[in-house]
Structure formats: structure tokens, C-alpha cells
Design a protein around this ligand. Structure first.
Ligand code: PEP
Ligand code: MG
Length: 611
């Protein structure tokens, strides 16, 4: 518990990006950023009521039509769901309460629909069950879709002044399109630590707390808020003492980060017994490269190129070329690994993603979209090969699930190279080509894949998601998203063994590479190189310098003999907590505290750390 914080206005969630923020709330609607204006004058009430009536009538008509269609074509059993939706839509809780709120609270119809349905959904979640809550969410989306028809739901917000963005749910495309320099912090009802909004927040070093459940209901536009991205706490309308306390914490944190960055530039990431593990940076936008290098990165291990597409719509070949060139030139002679567009899942791109796929994470996404869109893909490959002249370029294909996909992508790369040469355009002559290992099939077929690439990089965020069948963005299953699950560790070991057999380097660019305890395991499992959020590099270098390679390998041997993620976590805590504590970083302290809190929640005490 944050000292001095009052209980009634303090919400706890999941800390997903470290740092402290104090600022005014800017509320952002889950479907449309245009709904941030939520209070209205009295003379606008009739207009808002009419809007609601129209949206309600349309939704009702749609549901009745859908119901009778399904009943005709499939059967009345399957049409029942639509009957239920019609009943809910006609319930006075919606038909009366929404207009009532518009009149009494002077808020937009959209906000009123949001408040009423969100309360109902929370109520059902707690007392009836998730399915009923999903029905309410569906109805809310339908109603708000109609209310928003004019609103341009995928447009990024215009932020006039520095603010803490508060939302039910955020998408990375909306975030990347906004003026992120004005975002002091991010607080959302939903989301997990490896969702792309969280990753982007870490990369931009914006403090963020997810899974706050009802922050979008409790905070209003303009409210003062404190966000603690270490502890996962949001305080609405803080007292003066709380403000002073957090201002001081923020100052100390910034000071420490500056010191660490200075010292990190000079420190090499080597273990006590001399094993060198290069630490590189994950960046979302090419211009973040120079800052990452200042923070001690030895190059870029993952540039998520799709973020360029979020920001610029569909960037032209020339725009891409300039952006990649900037990253390559600023890193030279250090390498930059640029991943080709990885769209889909929670990263929807206009014109390149299907937003209504039933199971988007396993749907038409990533390399599949690129192979199906040769014109777009080849444009990116042209820009990459041209930019490669200006630095040490490595090209990496995401979500490779079969040899055919890898070969298809490499074939296009060869074709692009030939046609550029025919046109007399200069291209990089030595570009390394690699594949991401994010799907279990890639691990199981690593012997074949490794023969056809120069390197592989394990995307643990997706590899964990697909190995354990746990949605990485769903906070409901966050306890099941276990990086140290024995099956995940075996996947990594298999990848390292097969890749080393073929003589290629294995890197990890998923979030595991940022985590201090996971680093022991990754190094011990044989990973050659780590790529992480730039803000983690300084502390992780210091930590690596306190362990030996031999010790990491022994620890892995012991961990692989254990049967569960919990047992492995406990062993790591026992062995390394004292060393981590001695390093003294705020994030380290928060990590250890989290471990102890989790044990306390189970009614146990954390194991005694070894000296
Ligand atoms: C991963 O899956 O671990 C990864 C690095 O890719 P992304 O997080 O962008 O899906
Ligand atoms: Mg991935």
C-alpha cells in the first residue's frame, strides 16, 4: 500500500510500465477517441436523447433481424442469444436509465450508455457470470457503434496538453497515432503486461497501470490523478501530501535512471566468469534508436515496423526508407534488426487487418497477411534493402509457423533484390535474414528452419501465449501466463539446441528478456543475446555482472527438474533475492515486493532468501 494514500480513491491494478505520473485525466472512449467531450450544456440534452433513441431503435431492428435470420437458417436454439439481447436492450435499466443520466448528469448519450452498461457488466461479472457480462458488452458495443457512426472510430486523439490517458481499453494503433510526448501516464480497465499497449508504454517510458477494472468509471476528464507504475496504483483526486510524496519519488527515480544510464554506457554485459551476453533494445519507432543507445543498448534487436504503419497510415516506400535509414545510421556500426510488418491480434492496421475475425490472434495476421499482399510486402522489402546500405541491417520475419512461409518470404526478398539491381538502385549486399520463434511448430521444426536463416529470435510473448493457450492480453488469465512454466523453458531449450547445432545465434526479444529472474534462465538455457525495453538495459546489465554463467546453467538444470512455474519461481527467489535487493533499483524492489505479496495472498510466506 502506498503510504498516506486514502482507500476510497485508490485503485489497484497491474503495473505494466514503470515510473510515476501526476497529471490531469483525459478520458478516452474504448471505441472512439472523439467521445472525450462528455459533459454537455442543458440545451444539448434533447439532441443527445434523440441520438440515443435512434441508436437504440437501430440496434433493436438489427438484433430482431439477426434473430429471425439465424432461426430460419440454423435453428431456433441458436437464435436464443439474440432474443436475450433484445430483452436486455428493452430493459428499463437501459431504456430509462440512459436518458435519465443524460438529463441529470448532463453527459453525452454515449457516455451514459457507457456508464450504464459498464456498471451492469461489472454486476453480472460478479454475481451471475462472465457470459452474461459479455452479452452486456456486446449490446454496449452495438449501441455505441451506432452512436459513433459519424465519429471515425479509428482516428487517433488530438491531445492539447500533457495528460494521463484513462480508458476502458486502448489499442496500440490509437496510442501510436497520438502525440505520445503529451502522455504522462496510461490507466486502463483492461490489459495485461505483454499486451502491445503495455509494450509501447514501456518503450516510450510512459508509466502505465492496466487491469484497474473500473478506472474509466471512477475518473472524470480533468481530475487530478497519481499513477504509480511500480506498484500498479492509481489515486484519483490525491491529497496535497500524496502529491508531494509522489513528486519526491518521481524525482528520485529520474535521478537514479540518469545515473544508471551514465554508468551503463561504460559497463559491458558480462557474467562473473566472462560470458558476454549482448543487450540490445526493442523499439517501436525508428527515431527511438538513438535514445536507446544512450541508455546503453548495443544495437536494436527488434524494431516493430508495424508501428510506423499505425502512425502514418500506409507509409510509402520512400517514407519507410527514410525511417529505416535513420535507425540504421544512428546505430551504426551496431546492428538493427527490423521485423517486417506484424499486424493482427491486438495490432489492427487499417486495410490490412480484419477487425471482426472470430479468433484474430490465430487468424489472418502477421507474415500471413504479408504473403497474401505481395505488393505491400515487396514495398517494405524494397525500402529495407535500400536502407540497408546505411548500416548493419538484419531483417526478421514474424510468426513463422512453417518452412513454406519462411521460403515464401525469402523468395520475395530475392525477387525484390533482383529487381532493384535491374533498376540500378544500390542495395545492401550483406543483410542477415532471420525468423522469429513464436509458434510451437517453429520450435518443433527448428532443425529445418535453422538451416535456412542466419539467426532466430524467440518472441516469448507469443510463444508463451501459444504454448500455454493463454491470451497474453487478457487480465482474467494473467496468473496462467507463466514465463517460467516448465513447458516454456523446454521450448526455449529445444530452440537453442537445434539452432546451435545449425551454427546460428539465438536471441530473445520477448518481454522475458527484460525480466531480471528470467535472464538467469535464458542465459543458462543457452540464449546468446537479449533484446529488451531500453529502460531495463542499465539495471539488467548490472544484474548480469553479479551472476556467473556456470551458476546460471546449474540453476537451469535444477529448474528443469521441477514440475511447476511456482516451484521454479520460488527457487529463483531464494537464490537471487538478496543479490537483487543489494542492487537497490526501484523496479527490483517492486518485483520482490510483488513476489512476497503474491505469497501472502495465498496465505503463505515467501521462501527465505539464501545469503
Ligand atoms: C513476442 O511475441 O514476444 C514479440 C517480441 O513480438 P510482439 O510482442 O510484438 O508480438
Ligand atoms: Mg509476437
Amino acid at each position: 500500500m502506498a503510504e498516506g494514500a486514502r482507500q476510497d480513491n485508490l485503485l489497484r491494478g497491474l503495473p505494466v510500465s514503470m515510473g510515476y505520473a501526476v497529471g490531469r485525466v483525459r478520458f478516452v472512449h474504448r471505441k472512439s477517441w472523439s467521445a472525450t467531450e462528455r459533459t454537455i450544456t442543458e440545451d444539448r440534452v434533447p439532441y443527445e436523447l434523440a441520438l440515443f433513441e435512434k441508436a437504440h431503435a437501430r440496434s433493436l431492428r438489427e438484433l430482431e433481424m439477426l434473430g429471425s435470420q439465424i432461426s430460419r437458417n440454423v435453428g431456433s436454439r441458436d437464435a436464443r442469444i439474440f432474443k436475450t439481447h433484445v430483452q436486455i436492450l428493452q430493459d428499463p435499466k437501459i431504456t430509462e436509465e440512459v436518458p435519465n443520466l443524460v438529463r441529470t448528469k448532463l453527459i453525452t448519450a454515449e457516455r451514459a450508455v457507457y456508464e450504464v452498461t459498464h456498471e451492469l457488466s461489472l454486476f453480472f461479472e460478479r454475481h451471475v457470470g462472465g457470459d452474461k457480462a459479455r452479452d452486456i458488452d456486446d449490446i454496449a458495443d452495438r449501441l455505441m457503434g451506432h452512436l459513433n457512426e459519424e465519429a471515425g472510430a479509428l482516428d487517433a486523439p488530438v491531445l492539447d496538453e500533457p495528460c494521463i490517458v484513462v480508458a476502458h481499453t486502448l489499442t496500440p494503433s490509437l496510442l501510436a497515432g497520438a502525440d505520445t510526448g503529451k502522455i504522462l501516464g496510461i490507466a486502463t480497465d483492461t490489459g495485461g503486461a505483454t499486451s502491445h499497449v503495455a509494450i509501447l508504454a514501456r518503450s516510450l517510458q510512459i508509466p502505465a497501470v492496466a487491469a484497474l477494472n473500473r478506472i474509466s468509471l471512477d475518473a472524470k476528464d480533468g481530475d487530478l490523478m497519481i499513477l504509480d507504475g511500480f506498484e500498479g496504483v492509481a489515486i484519483v483526486d490525491p491529497t496535497e501530501e500524496e502529491q508531494a510524496l509522489y513528486a519526491e519519488r518521481g524525482r528520485r527515480h529520474r535521478e537514479r535512471q540518469r545515473d544508471l544510464a551514465k554508468q551503463s554506457g561504460a559497463e559491458r554485459p558480462v557474467t562473473l566468469d566472462g560470458k558476454y551476453i549482448p543487450m540490445l533494445a526493442n523499439v517501436e519507432l525508428p527515431e527511438e534508436t538513438s535514445r536507446a543507445l544512450e541508455q546503453g543498448a548495443e544495437g536494436v534487436g527488434l524494431l516493430r515496423s508495424e508501428f510506423l504503419f499505425f502512425r502514418a497510415g500506409a507509409p510509402t516506400e520512400e517514407e519507410q526508407f527514410q525511417a529505416y535509414r535513420e535507425a540504421l545510421e544512428s546505430a551504426y556500426p551496431r546492428p538493427v534488426t527490423i521485423r517486417t510488418v506484424d499486424t493482427g491480434g491486438d495490432k489492427l492496421l487499417k486495410n490490412l487487418s480484419l477487425s471482426d475475425e472470430p479468433n484474430p490472434v490465430m487468424g489472418w495476421r502477421s507474415i500471413r497477411v504479408c504473403l497474401d499482399n505481395p505488393a505491400m510486402f515487396k514495398e517494405q522489402l524494397r525500402a529495407l534493402l535500400r536502407a540497408g546500405v546505411y548500416g548493419r541491417l538484419k531483417i526478421m520475419f514474424p510468426m513463422v509457423a512453417s518452412l513454406d512461409e519462411l521460403r515464401g518470404a525469402k523468395k520475395m526478398l530475392d525477387e525484390v533484390r533482383l529487381s532493384l539491381e535491374d533498376e540500378g538502385i544500390r542495395v545492401a549486399d550483406s543483410v542477415e535474414v532471420g525468423a522469429m520463434v513464436e509458434v510451437p511448430s517453429a520450435v518443433l521444426q527448428m532443425e529445418d528452419l535453422a538451416r535456412e536463416v542466419d539467426f532466430v529470435s524467440i518472441g516469448t510473448n507469443d510463444l508463451i501465449q501459444f504454448t500455454l493457450a493463454v491470451d497474453r492480453s487478457n487480465e482474467k488469465v494473467k496468473e496462467l501466463f507463466q514465463p517460467h512454466h516448465p513447458a516454456v523453458l523446454r521450448m526455449i531449450r529445444m530452440t537453442c539446441n537445434a539452432a546451435h547445432e545449425a551454427g546460428i545465434v539465438v536471441s530473445v526479444c520477448g518481454e522475458m528478456a527484460s525480466d531480471v529472474l528470467s535472464i538467469v534462465l535464458l542465459v543458462g538455457l543457452g540464449v546468446d543475446e537479449l533484446s529488451m525495453s531500453p529502460s531495463r538495459i542499465a539495471e539488467n546489465k548490472s544484474f548480469l555482472r553479479t551472476i556467473s554463467y556456470a551458476e546460471a546453467r546449474e540453476t537451469v538444470t535444477e529448474c528443469l527438474a521441477l514440475r511447476s512455474a511456482r516451484e521454479i519461481d520460488e527457487l529463483l527467489y531464494r537464490r537471487f533475492a538478496k543479490r537483487i535487493e543489494a542492487l537497490g533499483g526501484t523496479s527490483y524492489q517492486a518485483k520482490l515486493r510483488k513476489f512476497r505479496d503474491a505469497a501472502a495472498l495465498r496465505g503463505e510466506s515467501a521462501p527465505e532468501p539464501e545469503a
